[in-house]
Design a protein around this ligand. Structure first.
Ligand SMILES: Cc1ncc(COP(=O)(O)O)c(C=O)c1O
Length: 473
């Protein structure tokens, strides 16, 4: 098993590829999710310490018969929970090839061609966003790590050690910002939550008021985080206006575009992102709206040398000995990781293989699905929207006739039960959000397989599951 022959590699490959083709072919007819307990899964797994090895077919059998059926099918067209991308067959091949080479993208000399591919692909993303030619960055594990890296650069730029640093972000901002502040020693309490408007976008009057009050109290404002697609509702903060405020108070402007930023590729959403190219840094996740499998996040810095000042570390075992500046390049100077997977391969294969036109069309279709859901909810008499649709996230609730006269609390409780019952039913999958104190069913379309018809099926599924809940079945 450690060193299979060429024939064995072919046989293993063929059986796995057969399985993959069947899996993707049957996906739409499978449940998104099956109710299962941890105990049941463990009962299917042989827990004996494997002193002797076993054959490849036996390993794939466990994957096929236990892992697949007892997993949530994230590639299913009605998997609407969280911010979960579908993955693509192309990127599964890219991951296989990346692991075949097993490149470790630390410095140029460790992986010359993979490093060049990452730099090229990052530059394509820079161009998609419209950033300045000197901007640069790297792939990281995800949006949380990208936010952490960007805040480290922002802190470096301020160069203040008073312990009174403050970050500003709307109350809808993802928790990874507060977590990054905690890890960087800035402190969660120094992330100031700014109020939002009726569309859940940052209120710039409150932003200015909070910064001004903090300056008067001798705090050191240093960074504002603007959202390009909030996790709850997909709200995009007014980016150009936020930039102007950042300039006025000499703040670093970071954009968290982990969920939404790639929607800049869709014509109907592009205007929302005006000003994004003026940010000092941006976090975005190819493993969300480029449909790629985890893990691949991305951070781009307007002035990469500031990040270098935050991350570079001299040690004899990492000393780069080379003549050319390009070949002395080290990713560890720009982010927190040393050993790094060849994440760029799947991003490059996707961008080069699919092309921006088709990706833009797929994202446009996701936006259309969310808007379609909103329009059929608005004309229905048993569903209501809880937030406006901004990108591909939709927040709504079911209020069947029997519940119309009930208290808001009872309607929340019913929708909470409905969510759990829907997930167990398996035909469609949603998650939840709390908006203005109200429980919402929340969905996010991040799958190029999802159709307008799937949005109608989702409402039918909810009605069917609700009927059985109300009838006590
Ligand atoms: C707006 C936003 N920021 C950051 C993150 C964190 O990204 P990751 O899960 O890739 O760390 C998410 C995740 O959903 C998100 O929606």
């Amino acid at each position: 098993m450690l060193e299979p022959s060429a024939d064995e590699i072919r046989a293993w490959g063929n059986s796995v590829i057969e399985f993959m083709a069947d899996y993707f072919g049957d996906l739409r007819d499978c449940p998104v999710y099956r109710r299962i307990s941890s105990r049941e899964i463990r009962d299917h797994l042989d827990a004996t310490l494997p002193i002797q090895g076993s054959n490849f077919d036996g390993l794939v059998k466990v994957f096929r018969e236990t892992i697949i059926p007892f997993s949530r099918q994230n590639a299913h067209p009605r998997m609407f929970g969280y911010v979960q991308s579908s993955g693509t067959p192309l990127s599964a091949f890219a991951d296989l090839l990346a692991s075949t080479l097993n490149a470790n993208l630390t410095v140029w000399r460790s992986a010359p061609a993979p490093v060049e591919l990452e730099r090229l692909t990052i530059d394509w993303i820079r161009q998609i966003l419209g950033f300045n030619a000197e901007a640069g960055g790297l792939f990281v594990s995800g949006g949380s790590m990208a936010n952490l890296a960007a805040l480290a650069a922002a802190r470096q730029d301020k160069g203040d050690s008073s312990g009174r640093l403050r970050i500003y972000a709307s109350s809808e901002t993802h928790f990874s910002i507060a977590k990054a502040a905690a890890l960087l020693g800035i402190g969660r309490e120094n992330v100031r939550h700014v109020a939002v408007d009726e569309r859940f976008r940052i209120r710039t009057d409150d932003l200015v008021a909070q910064i001004t009050a903090d300056l008067e109290a001798s705090y050191v404002p240093f960074c504002v985080v603007a959202n390009a697609g909030t996790v709850n509702t997909g709200a995009v903060d007014p980016l150009a206006e936020t930039r102007a405020i950042a300039d006025r108070f000499q703040l670093w402007m970071h954009v968290d575009g982990s969920y939404g930023a790639f929607a800049i590729l869709a014509k109907s959403a592009r205007n929302l992102f005006a000003g994004i190219e003026q940010a000092d840094s941006i976090a975005l996740d190819p493993h969300k709206w480029l449909y790629l499998p985890v893990d691949v996040g991305c951070v781009i810095y307007r002035e990469p040398q500031i990040a270098c000042a935050a991350f570079a570390h001299e040690a004899e075992y990492t000393r780069v000995i080379a003549e050319e500046a390009d070949e002395a390049f080290a990713f560890w100077d720009y982010g927190p990781e040393l050993s790094r997977r060849f994440r760029a391969l799947k991003v490059w294969m996707l961008l080069k293989g699919v092309g921006l036109d088709s990706l833009g069309a797929a994202i446009e279709n996701n936006l259309a699905c969310a808007r379609h859901l909103e329009s059929i909810v608005q004309v229905s008499d048993d569903f209501e929207m809880v937030a406006p649709v901004e990108l591909s996230i939709f927040c709504f609730r079911h209020v069947p006739a029997q519940l119309k006269s009930q208290s808001p609390k009872a309607i929340d409780a019913f929708n909470e039960r409905l969510l759990v019952a829907l997930q167990r039913d398996g035909s469609s999958y949603l998650s939840n959000a709390t908006l203005g104190g109200c429980f919402a069913l929340r969905g996010c379309v991040l799958n190029y397989r999802t159709t307008l018809r799937d949005m109608e099926i989702l409402l039918d599924d909810l009605r069917r599951v609700a009927r059985s809940l109300l009838s006590g079945a």
